[in-house]
Ligand binder design. Structure first.
Ligand SMILES: CC(C)(COP(=O)(O)OP(=O)(O)OC[C@H]1O[C@@H](n2cnc3c(N)ncnc32)[C@H](O)[C@@H]1OP(=O)(O)O)[C@@H](O)C(=O)NCCC(=O)NCCS
Length: 170
């Protein structure tokens, strides 16, 4: 069965929630073939998608970004989002069992309250410079500097205008 990656990308683009950089069918399919993606399908249609990016600066303390979390309308609101994020984290935790810290760090960046809710329910916490004073250095080190949300670098994130992107980390 050929999966319709072009249709998935088109739907993801319409939401306006995703960084257009690299949001291309070939790239998503490549990540999937490399085992970095969890999907749900209905025939050739991809109804849910989440993938892992990065790996981090120190190979023995891996840090994975969970990104491109998408559940098609019609399939959403039924726990699929949490399910695919959980499956992805389990997959990458198993790979890392030989490492010193045992459990890798996971993070995500989102302005979607449903994603914040899912993250909190999986024990992620929102990051600010108060909870993680070295967050800017951390982002620099991982090549994330330009994507680090304003909420994670400013003094009074609670005063920022919504919708605001937040970094969640576990
Ligand atoms: C965000 C998205 C992935 C959620 O998928 P989903 O399958 O509906 O998610 P789930 O059903 O697993 O969980 C959603 C949770 O968020 C909660 N929720 C929904 N809207 C919410 C809101 N505005 N504020 C707080 N919580 C909210 C739901 O109650 C549910 O929690 P519960 O299971 O504890 O009741 C999906 O709606 C989507 O793809 N949206 C468009 C793309 C997008 O914004 N992706 C995120 C980019 S980072």
């Amino acid at each position: 069965m050929n999966l319709n990656w072009n249709a998935l990308v088109a739907k993801m683009k319409v939401t306006g929630e995703f960084d257009p950089d690299g949001l291309e069918a070939d790239s998503l399919e490549h990540d999937y073939n490399e085992g970095r993606t969890v999907i749900r399908t209905y025939g050739s249609r991809i109804t849910a998608h989440a993938s892992v990016g990065g790996g981090g600066y120190f190979p023995w303390y891996p840090e994975y970004e969970i990104r491109r979390i998408y559940v098609a309308s019609g399939a959403n609101g039924k726990g699929k989002g949490r399910e695919i994020v959980t499956e992805l984290m389990e997959r990458f935790t198993r790979i890392e069992l030989g490492l010193p810290r045992k459990v890798p760090t996971f993070f995500l960046i989102s302005k979607n309250p449903a994603v914040w809710h899912i993250a909190k329910s999986l024990d992620f916490a929102a990051v600010t410079i108060h909870s993680m004073p070295y967050v800017v250095d951390w982002a620099n080190r991982g090549g994330l500097y330009y994507r680090l949300p304003e909420s994670a670098r400013c003094d009074e994130p609670w005063k920022l205008k919504e919708p605001q992107r937040w970094l969640y980390l576990k």
